[in-house]
Design a protein around this ligand. Structure first.
Ligand code: TXA
Ligand code: MG
Length: 319
């Protein structure tokens, strides 16, 4: 296992390994991805094996540009507009596969649709050099915190990945927003690094989404995911002894000074900054001496929707 800084050498090594059917951990603007050739069944099988991910959960295929996407999926006019507006970036679209597409069925878990996105930076450059789409889930053990740094990838996956390319801290910090256009509706399948409002402003109508309040009222419906070792308690108004505190904004809750450990996602209440810190701070507060991680309320607007989604899953009962 090697961790190499982002450089011409590491890019070439990554391309060589991927070409040979190996997996490689690569930075994206959202989180680090565990990448493998999406057209190669052995490579995709390795992704599932290394992560311990159930094979019924399909992967996102990453392309170098819209031209590559259009060789793989059928793109309706609205999806095309959204790609033009927001690619490269944290937006994934679910689209029907073309009849003669090159994607291995393990990537899609046998579905006739594909989740597809063009990431920013070196990842798209590596796809371009490889000339094939890369399947990549977040580079962590299934169900655990997503990695926003090369060190976090190493701590989660260790020696099972031959190469980790270190591109520094992921700038967005939460996974891509996933949408699906069906007729004249746009479904929000996963809130993420592109705020739903930003998409809504662009298309001029509301996304069709799950009722977030219903999700909070029935936490048993939420699958545990993005979980640190310590249990997580949300929207806290005061601290219980033994808890670490994950704060948000300038105002502190009662007894905040008694926290075992304390980090603030954003002193100024900036949701973009909070998203970028989220997984890293949860990991830092996940100490043996901490009985639980208490989290202050975070507004649901903008990137707050994705932050609350990840926190609710982190707090969901463990299976
Ligand atoms: O930002 C991201 O999206 C990161 C980076 C590495 O690109 N990737 C990521 O992948 O978050 P992953 O595997 O953790 O999440 C992929 C999500 C899963 O929830 C999966 O169920 C959904 O995409 N998905 C994949 N294919 C789908 C499809 N055909 N229809 C509906 N959902 C799909
Ligand atoms: Mg993931």
């Amino acid at each position: 296992m090697t961790i190499l800084p982002l450089h011409e050498n590491s890019i070439e090594q990554a391309v060589t390994l991927l070409h040979a059917g190996s997996v490689v951990a690569l930075p994206t603007e959202t989180v680090y991805g565990l990448a493998g050739d999406a057209t190669n069944g052995d490579a995709v099988a390795s992704i599932f094996a290394v992560k311990g991910r159930p094979q019924f959960n399909p992967l996102i295929a990453h392309v170098s540009d819209m031209a590559m996407a259009s060789t793989i999926v059928d793109i309706d006019p609205l999806s095309q507009e959204l790609m033009t507006a927001f690619w490269p970036g944290p937006l994934t679209l679910v689209l029907p596969l073309k009849p003669a597409h090159p994607i291995h069925p393990l990537t899609t878990a046998g579905l006739s649709t594909l989740a597809i996105r063009q990431p920013q930076g070196v990842f798209a450059e590596i796809v371009r050099r490889l000339g094939r789409p890369l399947a990549a889930p977040s580079a962590n053990r299934s169900g655990r915190l997503s990695p926003t740094s090369a060190e976090a990838v190493f701590e989660s996956l260790g020696a099972s990945v031959p190469l980790i390319v270190d591109g520094g801290a992921a700038i967005v910090g939460v996974e891509s927003t996933i949408i699906k256009v069906v007729d004249d509706k746009v479904f929000l399948l996963r809130p993420g690094g592109l705020a739903a409002e930003t998409i809504e402003e662009y298309i001029g109508f509301s996304l069709t989404r799950m009722d977030q309040r219903a999700a909070i009222e029935a936490p048993g419906m939420l699958k545990s995911h993005y979980a640190p070792d310590a249990p997580v308690r949300l929207n806290v108004g005061e601290l219980i002894s033994g808890e670490a505190l994950l704060g948000f904004g300038p105002h502190r809750i009662t007894h905040a000074d008694q926290a075992v450990a304390f980090l603030n996602l954003s002193e100024t209440g900036d949701l973009k900054e909070a998203a970028a810190h989220l997984f890293h701070y949860l990991k830092q507060l996940d100490l043996p001496s901490v009985t639980r991680i208490a989290v202050e309320p975070i507004p649901f607007k903008g990137l707050g929707e994705a932050i609350n989604d990840r926190l609710q899953r982190a707090a969901a009962p463990r299976g």
